[in-house]
Write a protein that binds this ligand. Structure first.
Ligand SMILES: [Cu+2]
Length: 494
């Protein structure tokens, strides 16, 4: 609120106090942010699914805004070939984006889909009142509840379910953002996007295939299996990446649903011109990484000056590269070699996320589930996973790098004992090895973040590529080697 308006509102309030009862008769504004009773016909709020944001509000008076939000419990992918039963506000994780104007009276309708199993409610951090609406909105499946509030404070606010066990409802994806625009609106930008981080706890390991259950113990211990932007690995990568062109301004509404982790939000290759940190009214300039608390949000703005892929990460970096907290903003347009001369971010940063999709991996999982997995399925899936995981060192062509990384192409070491390679991937390799007559004495780190089928598919791909002898490694063989544990020293002699 502007200063004169604020002072006017304060004076009104003081006048109200001085005149006692007679002042209560009118609906005169009582608080800063209260611009009087709603004017005109009620308006139905436009709600959007992530990463989209409803259009800016051009209205310059307070209105009654009706928000209808439905809770839907549904299975959705959380990673390739991995599904999870999410509990959602509006069918997506995060939930629908709500946009209102400061001073609006919001009539909130919360519906709980009849097919749902659980009761739910909503706590909106933008509400002034006990529980943020939670107590007024407890709703059983097949029911609807309604309450109203005046949006007194402008800013960006998290909403979430607050039904017991609260942590579980939040961990299952029950959060979203509500923007309360200042009365004069926000400065115009070219793109507004909606991104929200959350941590997820599944019974199986990272990328373990199939339907995964919620793991309460991991959640209590704060040991997430996944840390994600917009509820699934790859929600904002490949052909679903955010988009902008060179010379544009981008505003990201970034929330953090938690339930546990605090986010160190960073965009690789960009500097935030401004950040409304903690979603508050102060603006911080020239920021590299901004902290977003669990149950908090920020508004970050930057302009796009150089084309290429910009990678959104939680800079607690294992979360980005090993738990999924990675999204991409693709900036199109002409190069500006004066600002930046180099090549685009490649698979080194993006890994298999640099690919448009991982359909081959999903197809192989489906085939395996039906007992119909072919060598060709494994080769296709393995090819995708090789990108970024192995190609960084052994090169996309399998040629290796002379004196540093041995070749996988026509490798006599590999051909001699293909099954030995399972142990090399799971446990790493050190010491002298001779490959095609050249000696290497280096270190290959363990790749045991890969699942059994991932290891099997990568090795099957390698065995059937670049003049190697062919053959096949199965997930069952990998499982056996994993279960046996690391040997004292992997036999590296030829
Ligand atoms: Cu809930």
């Amino acid at each position: 609120m502007s200063k004169p308006l604020f002072i006017a509102a304060r004076m009104l309030r003081i006048a109200g106090l001085a005149f006692g009862l007679c002042a209560a008769a009118s609906a005169a504004p009582q608080w800063p942010g209260d611009f009087g009773p709603p004017i005109g016909e009620p308006i139905h709020a436009v709600l959007t699914s992530p990463p989209h944001v409803p259009p800016p509000i051009t209205r310059r008076y307070p209105a009654k805004v009706i928000v209808e939000l439905e809770v839907i419990e549904k299975q959705m992918p959380i990673s390739e070939g991995v599904t999870y039963t999410f509990w959602t506000f509006g069918g997506t994780v995060p939930g629908s984006f709500i946009r209102v104007r400061q001073g609006d009276t919001v009539e909130f309708h919360l519906k709980n889909n009849p097919a749902n199993k659980m009761p739910h409610n909503i706590d909106l951090h933008g509400v002034t009142g006990p529980g943020g609406g939670a107590a007024s909105s407890f709703t059983a499946p097949g029911h609807e509840s309604q309450f109203s509030f005046k949006a007194l404070n402008e800013g960006i606010y998290v909403y979430h379910c607050a039904t017991a066990p609260v942590g579980m409802h939040v961990a299952n994806g029950m959060y979203g953002l509500m923007l309360v625009e200042p009365p004069e609106g926000l400065p115009k930008v070219d793109h507004e996007y909606y991104v929200m981080q959350g941590d997820f706890y599944t019974g199986g390991r990272y990328r373990e295939k199939g339907l995964q259950a919620f793991d309460m113990e991991k959640a209590i211990d704060e040991r997430p299996t996944y840390v994600l932007f917009n509820g699934s690995e790859g929600a904002l990568t490949g052909d679903k990446a955010l988009a902008a062109d060179v010379g544009q301004t981008v505003r990201l509404f970034v929330g953090n649903g938690g339930p546990n982790l605090v986010s160190s939000f960073h965009v690789i290759g960009a500097i935030f011109d401004s950040v409304r940190y903690e979603g508050g009214s102060n603006v911080q300039k020239n920021v590299q990484t901004t902290l977003i608390p669990s149950g908090g949000a920020a508004v970050v703005e930057f302009s796009t000056k150089v084309p290429g892929s910009y990678v959104l990460v939680d800079h607690s970096i294992f979360r980005a590269f090993n738990k999924g907290a990675l999204a991409i903003l693709k900036v199109g347009g002409a190069e500006d070699k004066l600002v930046y001369s180099g090549k685009e971010v490649d698979s080194v940063y993006l890994g298999d996320r640099s690919l448009p999709n991982l359909n081959a991996v999903t197809a192989a999982t489906a085939a395996a589930a039906k007992g119909k997995l072919t060598v060709q399925d494994q080769v296709q899936a393995g090819k995708d996973l090789f990108t970024g995981t192995c190609s960084v060192c052994h090169q996309p062509s399998g040629s290796g790098l002379a004196g540093v990384f041995p070749p996988l192409a026509k490798s006599d070491f590999l051909a001699t004992d293909p099954h030995r390679a399972i142990g090399i991937l799971l446990h790493g390799l050190t010491g002298k090895v001779t490959v095609n007559g050249s000696e290497y004495n280096s270190v290959m780190p363990p790749m045991n973040q890969l699942n059994d089928d991932g290891v099997a598919n990568i090795l099957t791909y390698v065995l059937n590529s670049w003049g190697n002898p062919g053959g096949r490694i199965t997930a069952a063989e990998v499982a056996k080697v994993r279960a046996a544990g690391p040997p004292k020293a992997v036999a590296a002699e030829h």
